[in-house]
Design a protein around this ligand. Structure first.
Ligand code: BES
Ligand code: MN
Ligand code: ZN
Length: 516
């Protein structure tokens, strides 16, 4: 993953040499496009209305109507529409508008193989230059994402943008700081996409462990890897059961960012299932290949962890990734088997394909007992049922605490990763009662996503806890210009956003509200 090389230029936009110079246009209240000053002399085609996602690519000679006759040093000009911006938009809406514009630029860069890019930040009074540059750069970096690791080196393949010159009106430090934030979170999104793009034999539990260990080189970060022997001693029967049919060693990766001074602890848990064959309850072969993506929850939390540690917030953040694949070797766990989890709860395995909840249960129970966090968020490609419920446009959110649910949903909106809350409740919990053990690992077809969440609920006690089912959005989340086909990296930026806002929003509210 290449992080973009971005410089804030002191030159005038028309004097910057580039393969593509980008300028922006907004719509006024009457629906007419308002263009950047520098291009008032240019003839834009009438089809260009400056709506969101609209773009116009101009090649020289740049015909000018007026007498200014500015000469322009760039080889092409791209005008990108931002739609109407009147001040009534929510922060989340605007962020995504700017990110979307970044994605539009990325698409043109890819199709025109742009190496040198110049962007003139808009000088409209309705647009804050800092937040514009942060989210534009975020969308640009995310949109330019490519995964070429396993392809033969091809001279014609697009190698990406080498340098971006940003021309700002204020030229202030604010823009530089904003660009850094945008790159940090987009970079994390791309890192989690990289992990997901790796096949099941390219990203194993040991690779999660390696990545976790690498993070211990950052300030205030400590990593612990639990091996199979440790899991046996600790009684993590869920992870061990799922791993029984595999030749690949399981790992529980714990990354602890602990600043010198902190009040609260946020715990993040991600399903790191590096390949899900279904086990003895084997999946149909069609589409099974996609189950290399079953580690996207783990990828999201550990990639977010790196970006979070780099930003040095004054809150402790701990991430746990239980990781194994789910295979069907001779020793595999069988339907009907009964296992015991870390906290002593016994579980009847009705379907070996409902394995995510088994590994998450141990990690949740262990993490909560050990760190007593202020809140817990888990991310998992947990159920096919969430795709039936919400399609590929929202991740499912299930939560035992209204304040946490609201704060997290807001972070999701700001990150352009929308969440939709589904209920929990004793009626759903009843569906996972077992005749022979404390619980069983499936609750039948009705409300499959909620009964899976109710399984996890048994392991979090009263701790404010949110579960994000990202099975529908971890890939095939393709509506956004800045999300290329393939894994989306979903959840990564929501978590970064959540931690960024913790002191302002999360901590006090959570403490004042009991669980619901
Ligand atoms: N990893 C799958 C869920 C999944 C399915 C994610 C499709 C993305 C796309 C999970 O482990 C699983 O197999 N869940 C089962 C649960 C069932 C057996 C209760 C499912 O959803 O079918
Ligand atoms: Mn499964
Ligand atoms: Zn799975």
């Amino acid at each position: 993953m290449n992080v973009l090389d971005i410089v804030v230029s002191k030159k005038k936009a028309e004097d910057v040499r580039s393969d593509l110079l980008v300028v922006f246009a907004v719509l006024d209240k009457k629906g007419k496009p308002v263009n950047d000053k520098i291009f008032q002399g240019l003839t834009l085609s009438p089809e260009f209305t400056a709506k969101e996602e609209q773009k116009l690519l101009l090649y020289p000679p740049f015909t000018q109507k007026d007498s200014t006759k500015k000469s322009i040093s760039s080889k092409r000009i791209l005008v990108v529409g931002l739609g109407e911006i009147g001040g009534g938009e929510s922060a989340g809406e605007l962020n995504d508008r700017f990110r979307t514009a970044g994605g539009v630029i990325a698409q043109i860069c890819k199709s025109s193989k742009i190496k040198q890019l110049a962007v003139k930040l808009p000088a409209f009074k309705e647009i804050d230059e800092n937040s514009f540059s942060e989210y534009l750069v975020e969308g640009l970096q995310l949109g330019l994402y490519q995964f070429l690791k396993y392809k033969k080196k091809d001279d014609d393949a697009y190698q990406g943008v080498r340098r971006v010159s940003v021309v700002s009106v204020s030229k202030g430090q604010g823009v530089r700081r904003s660009i850094k934030r945008g790159l940090n979170s987009a970079g994390a999104g791309c890192v989690s996409r990289d992990m997901a793009n790796e096949p099941g034999n390219g990203w194993t539990p040991s690779d999660f462990a390696k990545f976790g260990k690498k993070l211990s080189g950052l300030d205030n970060v400590e990593t612990t890897i639990f091996e199979k022997g440790d899991m046996k001693k600790l009684g993590m029967g869920g992870i061990l059961a799922v791993n029984q049919g595999s030749h690949e060693a399981p790992k529980l990766v714990v990354v602890d960012y602990c600043p010198e001074k902190y009040q609260d602890t946020i715990m993040l848990v991600g399903k790191g299932l590096t390949f899900d064959s279904g086990g003895i309850s084997i999946k149909p072969s069609q589409g099974m290949m996609d189950m290399k993506y079953d580690m996207c929850g783990g990828g999201a939390v550990i990639a977010a962890m790196e970006a979070i540690a780099l930003e040095k917030p004054k809150v402790r953040v701990i991430c746990l990734v239980p990781s194994t694949d789910n295979m069907n070797g001779g020793g595999a766990v069988k339907p009907g088997d009964i296992i015991g989890h870390f906290n002593g709860v016994t579980s009847e395995i009705e379907n070996t394909d409902a394995e995510g909840r088994l590994i998450l249960a141990d990690a949740l129970a262990y993490g909560i007992a050990t760190y007593e966090p202020s809140c817990v968020i888990d991310l998992a490609t947990l159920t096919g049922a969430v795709i039936i419920a919400l399609g590929h446009h929202h991740s499912g959110l299930m939560c035992n605490n209204d304040t946490l649910a609201k704060t997290l949903a807001k972070a999701g909106l700001r990150a352009g990763e929308p969440l939709w809350r589904l209920p929990l409740g004793p009626a759903y919990a009843k569906q996972i009662k077992s005749k022979v053990a404390d619980i069983k690992n499936t609750g039948g077809r009705p409300a499959g996503s909620i009964t899976a969440a109710e399984y996890l609920h048994k392991f979090v006690g009263d701790t404010p806890w949110a579960h994000l089912d990202i099975a529908g959005t971890a890939w095939d989340f393709t509506e956004k210009t800045y999300v290329p086909k393939g894994p989306s990296g979903i959840g990564t930026r929501t978590l970064i956003e959540f931690v960024r806002n913790w002191r302002a929003e999360g901590s006090s509210m959570l403490r004042s509200q009991k669980k619901s």
